[in-house]
Design a protein around this ligand. Structure first.
Ligand code: SF4
Ligand code: SF4
Length: 317
């Protein structure tokens, strides 16, 4: 079976994944940590993270595939050392095409390869970000990376700019060993967060996070206390990744799917005047299509407010 796993791993690399690991565990090791996080209300308006039936499903991967025997976890890098194309900033995970689509598509290709080329017969379930399962937990158990203090999975070769995907299978595959953690005494991500969103290492309070407020928080305006810290971020925030020393040394990617698309070049005044039909066209097939135009325009206004007030005070002087 090890030979089969080696072929699965080699094929995953040809599809554009940078790492593939396997775990036979179906219970997440940090489930209690997740429950504690939700009980503290740190998920804020992301109700689907605290909803009872979804919460129960996250206790075991068997809720998604009852006969699961192994979870194949893949990672794909979106690490590029390029400056932001505009005066406003989009988080790098959403520069290119929508990762939900292309990571899922690559996993489907991997599944077909296992069926057709390796003649394996099995049940499977593919997951990329939207199903009730603690993906990062299984990524850790499968040796894909360790959980950084910034709550992201990272590994020594590829850093933390990683898309994750899971292929739950009924196959009895040999598992990989979990990776040891390499954060050590570093606290760069915790120190650099401009809004002090980390209550402790591994404990992110969404109420204070720019990423949450610019993308997920659909019901409220960006809190006044956060606005001076936006520094141009209008869709997500990468600061707690930018400062991570592992990302300095990480491999960069040239995958076509992650190349910056038209939306990342929009200047603030263009977003401000964007017609709904153009917004739809420009953001189609990107992960940020889910940010409604009025919300995006409000984010731009909030992000540029500090600049405007600095210019105003300079004028007065
Ligand atoms: S995404 Fe930005 S605001 Fe949120 S925790 Fe990281 S550095 Fe802080
Ligand atoms: S910045 Fe330091 S503490 Fe934070 S995730 Fe990277 S290595 Fe870990």
């Amino acid at each position: 079976m090890q030979h089969t796993v080696d072929r699965i791993k080699s094929h995953a690399l040809t599809l554009g994944f940078c790492t593939l690991g396997i775990t036979k565990q179906h219970i997440p090791t940090n489930y209690r940590h997740y429950l504690d996080w939700v009980n503290r209300g740190y998920h804020q308006n992301m109700w689907y993270l605290a909803e009872t039936s979804r919460k129960q499903k996250r206790a075991s991967a068997k809720h998604l595939l009852p006969n699961v025997n192994a979870i194949v976890v893949v990672a794909m890098s979106y690490h590029q050392k390029l400056p932001h194309p505009s005066n406003v900033k989009f988080a790098r995970y959403g520069w290119g095409l929508d990762y939900h689509d292309f990571v899922k598509d690559k996993l489907r290709q991997l599944q077909s390869y296992m069926h057709n080329e390796l003649a394996l017969t099995f049940d499977a379930k593919i997951v990329v970000d939207t199903a009730p399962i603690l993906e990062k937990d299984f990524a850790q158990q499968a040796g894909v990376g360790w959980m950084g203090k910034n709550t992201l999975i990272m590994n020594q070769k590829n850093g933390s700019y990683l898309y994750l995907g899971l292929l739950l299978t009924s196959l009895d595959l040999p598992e990989d060993k979990p990776t040891s953690a390499h954060c050590g005494t570093c606290t760069a991500c915790l120190d650099a967060c401009p809004t002090n969103a980390f209550e402790a290492p591994f404990l992110l309070n969404s109420a204070k996070c720019i990423s949450y407020h610019t993308i997920e928080n659909k019901n409220e305006d960006i809190p006044a206390a956060l606005q001076p810290h936006l520094d141009g971020w209008i869709a997500g925030c990468d600061i707690c990744q930018e400062v991570c020393p592992w990302n300095n040394k990480a491999h960069v990617t040239d995958s076509k799917e992650t190349q910056a698309r038209q939306h990342t070049y929009l200047q603030p005044e263009q977003i401000d005047k964007l017609a709904p039909s153009d917004h739809k066209k420009i953001f189609a097939q990107t992960a940020f299509s889910r940010i409604a135009l009025p919300k995006l325009q409000q984010n731009v206004k909030a992000a540029m407010e500090k600049d405007a007030s600095i210019k105003e005070s300079q004028k007065k002087v």
